[in-house]
Design a protein. Structure first.
Length: 174
């Protein structure tokens, strides 16, 4: 008796692996920033989110970013942030994937990939601004985390673009 087709199984496996890669890149490769009262982090999970969205499209990019980074929040003491991360990073992954895969490009255009990443950043910034606004009940304090978030996205882009260029040349991704 068949429970599902092989495409569903493949999608489940790939999505699960992408979630794991985002989580691991966030959990094990991060630096706390001393620039804000609430700390702040720069981690390689953002780069992995971008890679997932560019390589596999908006749906997998959204799920990998949202779940992978929300799991990081839950397992690393940032529990209050998890619901906001789920939304902010899900939206960011979706935007990157949607633009990178627009017009049948399937993430193969470095220019559109850069545009996709840059276009997603304001949504991520807004998501975490709202998060900090709710948590700290202060309009000004969340502004202190913007520089760190910008650095995190820039580092993620500097990693993701060349990695995706290299991966797209492999026969498995053509």
């Amino acid at each position: 008796m068949a429970y599902g087709n092989s495409n569903q199984t493949y999608d489940l496996i790939v999505t699960s692996l992408l979630i794991s890669l985002v989580f691991v890149a966030t959990f094990f490769i991060n630096i706390r920033l001393p620039i804000a009262a609430n700390g702040g982090l720069v981690h390689l999970g953002t780069g992995m989110l971008f890679i997932a969205a560019i390589m596999f499209g908006p749906k997998k990019g959204a799920i990998a970013g949202a779940v992978g980074m929300a799991l990081f929040d839950l397992f690393s003491g940032w529990t209050l942030w998890a619901p906001f991360t789920l939304v902010a990073r899900g939206v960011q992954g979706y935007i990157v994937g949607k633009i990178a895969w627009s017009g049948g490009r399937k993430g193969k255009s470095p220019i559109f990939n850069v545009i996709a990443i840059i276009s997603s950043v304001p949504f991520m910034l807004l998501g975490y601004y709202v998060c900090e606004l709710v948590i700290f009940k202060n309009w000004v304090m969340p502004l202190a985390s913007i520089p760190g978030n910008l650095v995190q996205n820039a580092v993620g882009m500097l990693i993701a673009i060349p990695v995706c260029l290299a991966l797209k040349k492999l026969p498995q991704f053509k």
